[in-house]
Unconditional design. Structure first.
Length: 120
């Protein structure tokens, strides 16, 4: 990932509504979630959800496919991992202390505990 791509991704996540939509889709897992259910789960109008979904998809954080009359959105975990890798490795490249601190945080906060930490 290059810096310009990271900026686009961080912009997409830098809005409370879009971040909540992204969280909802990540929690839905690999099967994803229909756009209408995403809007309902976040208590937002369909047109607002559509805007958020469009920005997140344009940034590469989501993928979408049609299933009958519904559009199903899924988190693009590979792309998200590239963003996290960029932040972990490239941004801290010349700062061993920062890299060590971030790596320790990820070791001490395994992915399966993420929802418990988010609620705390």
């Amino acid at each position: 990932m290059i810096s310009d791509d990271a900026v686009v991704n961080l912009f997409a996540l830098a809005h409370p509504g879009r971040l909540n939509v992204f969280r909802t889709i990540v929690k839905a897992g690999p099967d994803g979630m229909a756009a209408g259910k995403i809007a309902a789960a976040n208590a937002i109008p369909a047109n607002t959800a559509s805007t958020h979904l469009s920005i997140l998809t344009g940034a590469g954080l989501l993928s979408a496919y049609r299933d009958g009359r519904s559009i199903i959105y899924r988190a693009n975990f590979t792309h998200y991992a590239e963003l996290m890798g960029f932040l972990l490795n490239d941004v801290t490249e010349n700062n061993a202390e920062a890299a060590t601190a971030l790596q320790a945080w990820f070791r001490n906060h395994p992915a399966n505990d993420a929802s418990a930490h988010a609620k705390a």
